[in-house]
Design a protein around this ligand. Structure first.
Ligand code: CO
Length: 461
């Protein structure tokens, strides 16, 4: 009987996809012990947008959150999402910063680091993978799934073999846009299982409603781990439901080592939280429903709503069809980047500008220029030489790995912060999100001053 394992995403991706990562630690703290008892392969609980959201909106130290989760969940491996050389953001950081971030993540409680690069440029994940392995943690290398004339089974198998050669302990097919169909998943997992030895993990979103079918076919093809969210925080832009997948897979003869009673307890715990999120407006019911436009236009749901918003703001919603026709052309010009953040926004804006100005690449954002220059990494396909010339003029694109051109950054930032940083973790928060981290440090300092003040008044009494 084939065993299939589950990664629970309620603390990270489900939280991020449905309620913009606004779940505070104190809200989910009471259920952590039970989450630890469910029998999950891993708990995805950190990285992605959780870090920024902790500092920016929740007044939490993300590192402290991680340590507290680890303390409450000592049995289940804790998992984070890392954007390779971009750590948690969209710019490239020097290698010393990436290594330090990985070291501190593992030291503070992370067991599995899922590492991806939005362009699938392996040079942008290799340092993070290497450091994860050096720290004795599990490195999971990602294939960012996309659909294009140059992305096919052969290219994905080649990428998977290259990732496996880095020494990763698993490979994750990351369908962040929720566009992988059940049949595509079946064929891809079959091909990967025939060509690589490490376990295959499948990550998708249920935006189009394909999610559970996609996971099911992936399981049939031999996937080892699937990402799901406990049912009341599942569906829509989140992951397919844990309980439904467990029920179905068991019935089909798979071995599922989840404790159903515990999972129910977890779901019962989150239900009133979900309901109050709906009531307060933290959760918009629209994101829980299926949106199938992505299947028609072959662009991710989030990108489509951005395009509509942009055009509405320009009073040009009547140009939507023209822009949607321009999107695949821009994508082709740029060598078929996967339409995931930030590429989806960059391609969307460029397509809109091309249509609205009536001249292709007359105006180009600095992000597109940086991409064409090679600062994001290597394009999956060939960038059209004519477009390259239009965008760069006489400037030459770079062929080196961009991070190789960067000066080391950790010690410099540490010096800059001086006594305001209480730890190396603070320095990393500051490097990743300088403005948010400083505001957080200010608040923390004020709070500490107040604490001392109350203390001294008590002393006087
Ligand atoms: Co995701």
């Amino acid at each position: 009987m084939k065993n299939i394992k589950f990664t629970e995403t309620v603390l990270r991706d489900a939280n991020q996809s449905l309620i913009a990562t606004r779940l505070g630690f104190s809200e989910f703290e009471p259920i952590l012990k039970d989450l630890d008892d469910c029998g999950y392969y891993s708990l995805e609980c950190w990285g992605g947008a959780t870090f920024d959201s902790c500092l920016r909106y929740l007044d939490e130290d993300p590192w402290e959150r991680l340590r507290k989760i680890k303390k409450a969940c000592p049995k289940t491996p804790l998992q984070m999402l890392l954007r390779g050389q971009n750590i948690l953001g969209y710019k490239h950081y020097p290698d010393d910063v990436v290594r330090k971030f990985v070291q501190k993540s593992v030291e503070n409680g992370i067991d599995i680091i899922r590492i991806f690069d939005a362009l699938n440029d392996i040079r942008n994940i290799e340092v993070a993978v290497d450091e994860t392995l050096k720290c004795g943690a599990h490195a999971s290398g990602c294939i960012c799934y996309t659909i294009s004339p140059i992305h096919n089974l052969e290219s994905y198998v080649k990428l998977a073999k290259d990732i496996e050669a880095l020494g990763v302990q698993s490979i994750c097919v990351k369908d962040m846009a929720g566009i992988m169909s059940p049949q595509q998943a079946f064929e891809l997992v079959t091909a990967l299982k025939a060509n690589v030895k490490v376990p295959i993990v499948i990550h998708t979103h249920n935006t189009t409603g394909l999610g559970p079918m996609t996971l099911l076919k992936a399981a049939e093809a031999g996937a080892d781990v699937i990402d799901t969210a406990v049912s009341c925080f599942s569906g829509g832009t989140s992951q397919p439901p844990t309980e439904t997948m467990a029920y179905t897979l068991r019935e089909m003869g798979f071995q599922v080592d989840l404790d159903d009673k515990k999972v129910k307890k977890v779901n019962d715990f989150f239900k009133p939280i979900r309901n109050s999120c709906l009531k307060e407006g933290r959760l918009n019911p629209v994101v829980m429903a299926n949106a199938t436009d992505a299947l028609v236009y072959q662009v991710p749901g989030g990108m489509l709503s951005n395009l509509v918003a942009q055009l509405t703001a320009q009073n040009s919603l009547d140009k939507l069809d023209a822009v949607l026709e321009e999107v695949p052309k821009v994508r082709k010009d740029l060598g078929y980047p996967p339409l995931v953040t930030p590429m989806s926004q960059m391609v969307g804006v460029q397509a809109t500008v091309n249509v609205l100005t009536g001249g292709r690449y007359k105006n180009v954002s600095k992000e597109i220029k940086a991409y064409v220059k090679g600062e994001y990494g290597r394009a999956p396909g060939k960038i059209d030489p004519k477009v390259q010339k239009l965008v760069l003029g006489d400037e030459k694109p770079i062929t080196e790995r961009y991070a190789d051109l960067l000066e080391p950054g950790f010690e410099k930032a540490k010096k800059e912060l001086g006594e305001r940083a209480h730890s190396d973790e603070d320095v990393l928060s500051y490097i990743a999100f300088p403005t948010q981290a400083e505001a957080f440090f200010d608040k923390r300092d004020r709070k500490e001053d107040n604490d001392t003040f109350t203390f001294s008044i008590r002393e006087i009494k």
